[in-house]
Design a protein around this ligand. Structure first.
Ligand SMILES: NC(=O)c1ccc[n+]([C@@H]2O[C@H](COP(=O)([O-])OP(=O)(O)OC[C@H]3O[C@@H](n4cnc5c(N)ncnc54)[C@H](OP(=O)(O)O)[C@@H]3O)[C@@H](O)[C@H]2O)c1
Length: 340
């Protein structure tokens, strides 16, 4: 039996295309001492994968040419020589874009709890990296306070939709989303319960944000960077907090746009702070309890955008940049892998 893998053939300029990756058959990995063999079920498709394809400094090293594309994912343990994993455990970790992965001391996986009443795709979404990013980004990095006027970009996406719903549940004064197009904006209001949503593709974004937040923005959760960040900076309230979570508008960009309104941080005594969700790894269990409860009692609505077939992982990644995804993007490598 072979292990189908997707490797990095060459570094992309702009969007990933057919020359970026190769689909190859490799020998099945062998489960060594203290290791476990994992059959991959779902891949988490995250914008950061695109940044790892660049030969540029980041929070993890670039993916090497010829290496399997680095990616989060989940799967089931089918063989184990490790006390950490048992056959049948469903695990989450860095699977890479491939059908079979090895859990080892240098690539540890988390065993997912069964019996939560949540399916695997939901766990990968709300209890996975994006839900955790929303939780810690809003509450810790953004120091959210009841009554805050909160603005979230990428509001119809995996991270943004959860940010707005936690803010709503915790008593925000107002929650305003920013998303691309009429359909996404109505999803943000009608499905996720934001008070309002502003379409960044339409003109006069700065003015429309001013109309939505006449007293200013207390907390801006930035998933996008670039012009959208600039328009929100122009509208911050006194002592505003800006959470630098992502800059998806820049990941494929061949030229970087300048942000011009940083002087507003001085005038309004504002703060901007970046973070990576891994910074909070020691506190994931705490977030899992609250996020699972919020999904089960309906305070967090969610949706998963399932793309069938490992070979479609590069197309799935591109969906994040065209806005073709609705909710958390996951590639289904093997649908037999389930949590319950
Ligand atoms: N700091 C961390 O640890 C961490 C962890 C996870 C994710 N993130 C960041 O969080 C952000 C969201 O990630 P996600 O996985 O939740 O993805 P997502 O929001 O589910 O999907 C990405 C969305 O970004 C929007 N988008 C794409 N290009 C854009 C552009 N040029 N301008 C404005 N919006 C654009 C699209 O929405 P529209 O259709 O509305 O345009 C698209 O649906 C990313 O920046 C990601 O890097 C950071």
């Amino acid at each position: 039996m072979a292990n189908r893998q997707i490797t990095l053939a060459q570094r992309p300029t702009g969007m990933v295309d057919q020359s970026t990756t190769s689909l190859i058959d490799s020998p099945m990995p062998v489960c060594g001492p203290d290791e476990a063999l994992i059959k991959v079920g779902l891949l988490s498709i995250d914008p950061t994968i695109r940044t790892w394809m660049n030969d540029a400094p980041g929070y993890l090293p670039p993916i090497g040419i010829g290496d399997v594309i680095r990616s989060g994912g989940s799967g089931v343990v089918v063989e184990s020589n490790s006390e950490r994993y048992h056959v049948g455990d469903v695990v989450n970790g860095m699977t890479g874009w491939q059908e079979w992965a090895i859990a080892s001391e240098s690539n540890k996986f988390t065993v997912l709890p069964k019996g939560l009443g949540l399916d695997l795709a939901t766990v990968m979404n709300v209890l996975g990296a994006t839900g955790l990013t929303a939780y810690f980004g809003l509450l810790d990095v953004g120091a959210f306070k009841e009554g805050d006027v909160v603005v979230v970009s990428g509001a119809a996406g995996a991270t943004g939709s959860v940010v707005g719903q936690i803010a709503r549940a915790r008593g925000a004064g107002k929650v305003v989303g920013i998303a691309g197009g009429e359909e996404k904006c109505s999803e943000v209001v009608e499905k996720y319960g934001f008070d309002e949503c502003v379409d960044y593709r339409e003109a006069r974004l700065t003015q429309r944000l001013r109309e939505a937040c006449p007293k200013g923005i207390d907390l801006y959760f930035d998933n996008v960077g670039g012009d959208v960040l600039d328009a929100t900076l122009a509208n911050i309230a006194m002592h505003s907090r800006i959470v630098m979570c992502g800059a998806i508008s820049q990941y494929n960009a061949t030229e970087r746009g300048g942000v011009t309104n940083t002087s507003m941080l001085i005038m309004r005594r504002g703060q901007m702070k970046g973070f990576i969700v891994f910074d909070f790894a020691h506190r994931y269990a705490e977030a899992h309890v609250e996020l699972a409860a919020m999904v089960l009692d309906g305070r967090i609505k969610h949706q998963e955008h399932l793309v069938p077939g490992l070979e479609h992982a590069p197309d799935a990644l591109n969906l994040l940049f065209t806005g073709g995804n609705h909710g958390k993007t996951l590639v289904v490598v093997d649908e037999s892998v389930q949590l319950d």
